[in-house]
Design a protein around this ligand. Structure first.
Ligand code: NAD
Length: 249
């Protein structure tokens, strides 16, 4: 019997990359999936088709997680379709890289709005019904950059570091209510996000990664699947590194 039969997951930014892989990994546990996307409707519908072929219920929901009103409306649609959300994966994220001396206020703000306010908007609305049902799994996708820092990513590091701090604090607040809160910190993973990184930088990344390559979205998704399972009920406030050994914390 798969572990998440009858459960519903909402995955933000689920139309591609790591988010898409997470949707598929959770569907392997027979979890029904709400696929959030911001602008790639076609890609999201394709993920939905793939999930339905796996035998789960799935639907795409448009909404910008950084916008409080859009988040509310999106969650309302998810709730009216599925009735409840048991697993929330705060995956949606962006980068706006620039060295700090040149960084524009809007680049700082935009990254914090999506990567940190986004999880706030999702979690604050979905947590009460998890507490009420005495069961919930929240998985925040952070980054190795929160742990090591990275040139040109002060905005991103702050947001992803904040997400780890949020994970630990919320984990303490809701541990007795059947809700676990954990983070996954990927290293460099092959997605559209790293496709924007120059080849010579990626070569250095490979050299600094003991496994000797970039990670695959499925390898990150596997950690989320593990944390979402009922058997992970005694793991909370944890950060799982999926980084090929680049950082061992
Ligand atoms: P990606 O760019 O392929 O995917 C990001 C997804 O988030 C996209 O589907 C995008 O549309 C969505 N998104 C962005 N802003 C949104 C918003 N305001 N509302 C709703 N959706 C929004 O990148 P990815 O590599 O798959 O990244 C997924 C997560 O993993 C991100 O949080 C990212 O920071 C994190 N991460 C990625 C890497 C990596 O190397 N790729 C490493 C560490 C952490």
């Amino acid at each position: 019997m798969p572990d998440l039969t009858g459960r519903v997951a909402l995955v933000t930014g689920g139309s591609r990359g790591i988010g898409r892989a997470i949707c598929i990994a959770l569907a392997h546990e027979k979890c029904d999936i709400a696929v959030n996307y911001r602008s790639h409707a076609e890609a999201a519908e394709e993920v939905v088709r793939e999930l339905k072929d796996m035998g789960v219920r799935a639907k795409a929901f448009q909404g910008d997680v950084s916008d409080s009103e859009q988040s509310n409306n999106m969650i309302e649609s998810v709730m009216s379709e599925f009735g409840h959300v048991d697993v929330l994966v705060n995956n949606a994220g962006i980068t706006r890289d620039r060295s700090f001396v040149k960084m524009k206020p809007e680049e700082w703000r935009e990254v914090l709005l999506v990567n940190l306010n986004g999880p706030f908007n999702m979690t604050s609305r979905l947590l009460p019904q998890m507490i009420e049902r005495n069961w919930g799994r929240i998985v925040n996708i952070s980054s190795i950059v929160a742990q090591m820092g990275n040139f040109g990513q002060s905005n991103y590091a702050v947001a992803k570091g904040g997400l780890i701090a949020f994970t630990k604090t919320l984990a303490r607040e809701v541990a007795a209510k059947g809700v676990t809160v954990n983070a996954v910190a990927p290293g460099f993973i092959e997605t559209d996000m790293t496709a924007a990184v120059p080849d010579k930088v990626l070569d250095v990344v490979r050299q600094l990664t003991p496994v000797g390559r970039l990670g695959r979205p499925e390898e990150v998704a596997r950690a989320v699947r593990f944390l979402a399972a009922p058997q992970a009920s005694f793991i909370t406030g944890e950060v799982i590194n999926v980084n090929g050994g680049m950082y061992m914390g």
